[in-house]
Design a protein around this ligand. Structure first.
Ligand SMILES: *Cc1c(COP(=O)(O)O)cnc(C)c1O
Length: 385
């Protein structure tokens, strides 16, 4: 006999998913209604409006793709890239390589601008690449590299791209709701995110937004989008402004209740307050980790508050420590990804998981498991009024 699955209670301080607030889980359990029900459509409109707030955009085409962040990434590339198009991809971690994969599979030609893992993308390198490749049509980069904890200067990168008449595709899966992000002010043309990082919602949806210029490019394509499901020309019939709301696919109804609730919570807190909360708890965690002799791998100016990438101390067994944190404290922290595997831990402070309680729990658990003290005291110092 197989019984119901009852997951253990965990504290999620990895690279995502992050802790989901009980309000969001409760919203998800409300009765399922038809995805063409007028009440559901009213809720969809509210989701769109609140996503515009989260992204700081007036873009009409702002909506959640019915699949995780990776599908939002693919939506941007398959709709904007046509066979033969030159796309400059800035890469400073795992997710830049996924962009390369998307460009190639869309028939485009990727021009890679590489930076070391753990570094922000160097604007000068992008400038040089654009000068050397005057036919480039798109510049793509990751705002917050979750594999390394590095934040890049999206505003400057977009400015440079526009000076060379390129559209921009920006990965904001980890940045949305955690650090400053202004789609319209910064001139981002296509952006995708995810629900399970700083929005603290359940995994499985990908908010996206497209500028007028991006929409024009999509409408004037010479070739059809090779993905039927992600073709925005079709999706717009369901999610679009004044759309007849014709059937395209069955929306994940309850998942959208969850996103709606997450966005209400973001609105209640205030976007800038959410950014500040991430910065404040990051500073406390940082003080604690450094007091324990644990070092960040990213330069201070480029650190993501919501994803703290630190070097695993010499002689420490990575897997054994993470297993003990999970078993003894119910605490999940992230392992290194790609070339960082075995070298770093990624400690997330995302969304609802970004709290004083969690900072202290994490430091206390690490003090116990590593047998080092001083972390909690240093963090507490930061929290003094
Ligand atoms: C998590 C993440 C993704 C992928 O999102 P999924 O929801 O796992 O598909 C893409 N880009 C970045 C930067 C991420 O952190």
């Amino acid at each position: 006999m197989t019984h119901s699955f009852n997951p253990p209670v965990r504290v999620l301080m990895g690279p995502g998913p992050s802790d989901v607030h009980p309000r969001i889980l409760e919203a998800m359990s409300r009765p399922t209604i038809g995805h063409l029900d007028p009440e559901f459509i009213r809720m969809m409109d509210e989701v769109k409006t609140m996503l515009q707030y989260a992204f700081q955009t007036n873009n009409v085409l702002t909506m959640p793709v019915s699949a995780p962040g990776s599908a939002g990434m693919e939506t941007c590339f398959v709709n904007l890239v046509e066979p033969g198009d030159e796309v400059i991809v800035c890469r400073n971690g795992v997710f830049g390589s996924r962009m390369l994969e998307n460009v190639t599979r869309s028939g485009g030609k990727a021009i890679m601008v590489d930076d070391a893992w753990g570094k922000a993308i160097a604007p000068q390198k992008l400038e040089d690449a654009l000068k050397a490749n005057p036919n480039a049509k798109i510049v793509a980069f990751v705002h917050a590299e979750t594999s390394t904890g590095a934040l890049s200067d999206a505003k400057t990168l977009c400015e440079i791209a526009h000076q060379h008449n390129c559209l921009t595709i920006v990965d904001s899966v980890t940045s949305l709701g955690g650090v400053e992000l202004r789609v319209d002010d910064w001139g981002i043309d296509a952006i995708y995110s995810g629900t399970q990082k700083c929005l603290s919602c359940t995994p499985g949806l990908s908010p996206v937004s497209f500028s007028e210029a991006a929409l024009e490019t999509i409408k004037s394509r010479k070739t059809p989008v090779q993905s039927w499901f992600l073709d925005l020309n079709l999706v717009m019939g369901y999610w679009g402004e004044n759309a007849k709301r014709s059937y395209h696919h069955t929306a994940p109804v309850n998942a959208l209740y969850a996103l709606h609730e997450a966005l209400v919570m973001l609105q209640d807190e205030g976007l800038e307050n959410a950014w500040q909360r991430h910065a404040r708890h990051h500073q406390a965690l940082r003080a604690g980790l450094e007091a324990m002799g644990i070092c960040f791998i990213v330069d201070e100016a480029d650190r993501l508050p919501q994803l703290n990438a630190v070097a695993i101390p010499d002689g420490v067994d990575d897997a054994a420590v993470r297993a003990r944190l999970l078993r003894e404290f119910g605490l999940e922290i992230g392992a290194g990804l790609g070339e960082m595997a075995g070298k770093i831990w990624r400690i997330g402070l995302m969304g609802a998981a970004c709290s004083q309680r969690n900072v202290i729990l994490c430091l206390s658990a690490l003090e116990t498991v590593l047998g080092i003290s001083g972390g909690i005291a240093a963090a507490a110092e930061q929290y003094k009024p």
